[in-house]
Design a protein around this ligand. Structure first.
Ligand code: NAP
Length: 247
């Protein structure tokens, strides 16, 4: 067990896909887990049971990360009800895609993608960082994307939102480095989740040096390093987990 103090980790978008695998991996490292999600109660319940099965504490925190009001209320209540407890790891993972060519893109397609990825990063991180600064310890890991590094056609909204979070990762790392807080990002390529369900692996795998899509566990293992106490001298970095796709 990497963390004998039984501190808490909060993972946004933890009901499915990458966030769920990250939560499981952090629980395997001994963290208690706060699992955020937006609407899918069934999958969130399954994620919670999987993690409780590992013998750590875990709770569901249902809120929309794009709402600062909801974020502050739910997290504020949690701190009130759990005095003395510390959230030392934050994984900003919640995200959606609403692909369209820019010329056809609606205001809602632009805003909703930006509000969840970039807005969600701001809302959750600003709420928690005050606690981390007081404790002089924190690990913040942002799940971004190949799309935010390279830019992908049909994803100007998604690419922009992830590029925004990459910039924020590098800036925040410099703000809080002296206070024992590291801020890093993981940029997945094509990972097998609900988000990539409509994408045919056969059409893309020739482009990927490793020759296949990645698994959620392969992303989670990299997040786990950034989230660990051992990640004390690595900050402001973006690691691609994309099977060698050139970015
Ligand atoms: P996914 O399977 O579609 O899961 C998305 C998760 O985000 C769900 O838990 C969902 O909750 C949650 N969520 C969505 N909107 C939310 C909101 N407003 N507030 C709180 N939670 C919200 O997606 P995924 O593939 O695991 O992707 C996870 C992250 O990795 C995203 O940031 C995505 O952009 C990034 N990523 C994925 C890939 C890939 O190939 N899959 C590649 C690069 C980057 P509900 O279950 O309640 O809807």
């Amino acid at each position: 067990m990497e963390n004998s103090n039984q501190k808490w980790a909060l993972v946004t978008g933890a009901s499915r896909g990458i966030g769920r695998a990250v939560s499981y991996r952090l629980a395997q490292s001994g963290y208690n887990l706060l699992l955020n999600y937006n609407s899918n109660d069934t999958e969130a319940g399954k994620a919670l049971r999987e993690i409780l099965g590992l013998g750590v504490k875990a709770s569901l925190l249902k809120f929309d990360v794009s709402s600062l009001e909801q974020t502050e209320k739910i997290l504020g209540d949690w701190f009130k009800n759990n005095p003395g407890e510390q959230i030392e790891v934050l994984v900003n993972n919640a995200g959606i895609k609403k692909d369209n060519l820019l010329m056809w893109m609606t205001e809602n397609e632009w805003n909703s993608v930006m509000d969840i990825a970039a807005g969600g990063f701001f809302n959750v991180t600003r709420t928690l960082i005050k606690h981390m600064l007081v404790k002089k310890y924190g690990r913040i890991v942002n799940v971004v994307s190949l799309s935010g590094i390279k830019g992908l056609p049909g994803q100007t909204n998604y690419s922009a939102s992830k590029a925004a979070v990459i910039g924020a990762t590098k800036a925040l790392a410099q703000e809080v480095g002296r206070r024992g807080i590291t801020v890093n990002a993981v940029a997945p390529g094509f990972i097998l989740t609900d988000m990539t369900e409509g994408i045919n692996e056969k059409d893309y795998k020739a482009l990927i040096p490793v020759g296949r899509f990645g698994t959620t566990k392969e992303v989670a293992d990299v997040v786990a390093f950034f989230a660990s106490p051992e990640c004390s001298y690595v900050t402001g970095q973006v690691i691609s987990v994309n099977g060698g796709l050139y970015t």
